[in-house]
Write a protein that binds this ligand. Structure first.
Ligand code: UD1
Length: 358
């Protein structure tokens, strides 16, 4: 079988997966028959199509349009739709990304049809079983055939679970995208965000259920941000907008400047121009580290422990400690590269082809 005859279906559905798909689709489409399936988990233009346009990703070949729902209902609709697509398309491999409901649904639908599954961003663990993503990643790793790990820590986690034989360290494809977009922002001199001077604002996001679902906690987080020493540009994920409204909590308070989510290039530009990032997003913690912007992560733990070890990310779970932690956050310059050199996507393509050759 020549490599162009290998049919690989990438299944994506949520915002961070589109970012990872960008470099992977570029690397895969020149060497294999690459098909893109979108589950429709994220569907607003600002959460989905804008990433395909911004990052020059071919539009999906199939969109299942499952939309929002409870975990069970959403995952079940994806399972039904994906099974039909895999039966019709007969892929040689299904490539799944990260840790969302789209990831576990695609992995499960494929293995039940005996289609080999490769998991990109395998081996991450928060060891927090309250997180839906933790179950998605553990279950996906254990049913997948090829585990593409972004870091040595991820490889160690996989070894500890007896999965070494299926694991390959490829690096982090997010690094590929961040460096590509960073260089463009520098070339065009577009760092920053509209209406705020460079270095004069913090950039913030909140979307994890543990931070949004309990009204008291969400109120305490917003209150802590609203009294910081400079404007906080808060990019409002639809989940945050919906829950703040339901709880009757105002986002527009004190120094908080709430805005709609940004496209990827604008997000990187806004991060580069900020004095610091406050977030509970996995992707943004790492993007900020790669761009060397000090970060506070509003969680008790992180999967991206390297950002903390390097001194650029501080975990703050108690909202009362936000101001003090941010004030004292002065990371030292470092040239460590735990997330690879920006060429992970080509290693993903090579690894998949070598795996088939075997
Ligand atoms: C999902 C992932 C999470 C990832 C995040 C990135 C799971 C379990 N969670 O969380 O790991 O970090 O994506 O954003 O898969 N909504 C819209 N428009 C959209 C999408 C969502 O309005 O285009 C609203 C709906 O009210 C929906 C809510 O956001 O119920 C949550 O969306 P969902 O996809 O269930 O989870 P996320 O919180 O986005």
């Amino acid at each position: 079988m020549s490599s162009e005859d290998i049919k690989v279906i990438s299944v994506v559905g949520a915002r961070p997966q589109f970012v990872k798909l960008a470099p992977v689709s570029k690397a895969l489409r020149s060497v294999v028959n690459h098909v893109i399936v979108h589950t429709g988990q994220h569907y607003d233009d600002s959460m989905s199509d804008t990433f395909f346009r911004d990052l020059e990703i071919p539009m999906p070949d199939v969109n299942l349009e499952v939309g929002s729902g409870s975990h069970g209902a959403q995952t079940a609709k994806m399972l039904v739709g994906l099974e039909q697509v895999f039966e019709a398309e007969k892929p040689d491999c299904v490539l799944v990304y990260g840790d969302t409901n789209s990831t576990i649904a695609a992995a499960l639908a494929a293995v039940k049809l005996h289609v080999p599954v490769a998991h990109l961003e395998a081996g991450l663990r928060s060891f927090n079983r309250r997180m839906p993503e933790e179950h998605n990643r553990v279950l996906t790793d254990h049913c997948s055939d090829l585990l593409l790990a972004p870091t040595q820590v991820a490889m160690d986690n996989l070894r500890n679970e007896g999965l070494s034989a299926r694991s390959v360290l490829v690096g982090d494809v997010m690094t590929d995208v961040v460096y590509w977009v960073r260089d463009e922002v520098l070339r065009r001199n577009t760092a920053g965000v509209g209406g705020q001077a460079i270095g004069s604002y913090y950039l913030a996001t909140i979307h994890r259920p543990d931070n949004t679902d309990d009204p008291e906690r969400l109120d305490a987080l917003l209150e802590a941000m609203s009294t910081l020493d400079r404007p906080v540009v808060l990019l409002v994920h639809p989940r945050l907008a919906a829950l703040a409204e339901r709880h009757g909590l105002a986002l527009d308070r004190g120094v908080i400047d709430p805005r709609p989510p940004l496209g990827y290039r604008e997000l990187v530009a806004a991060t580069m121009g900020s004095a610091g990032v406050i977030t509970d997003s996995g992707g943004l913690q790492k993007e900020a580290f790669l761009l060397r912007v000090p970060t506070i992560t509003l969680r008790p733990e992180t999967e991206w422990v390297e950002t903390v070890d390097a001194g650029w990310n501080i975990l703050v779970n108690d909202p009362a400690l936000l101001k003090e932690s941010l004030g004292g956050h002065r990371p030292s310059e470092t040239d460590v590269m735990p997330y690879g050199d920006g060429n992970a996507a080509s290693r993903v393509a090579e690894t998949i082809i070598t795996w088939f050759a075997r």
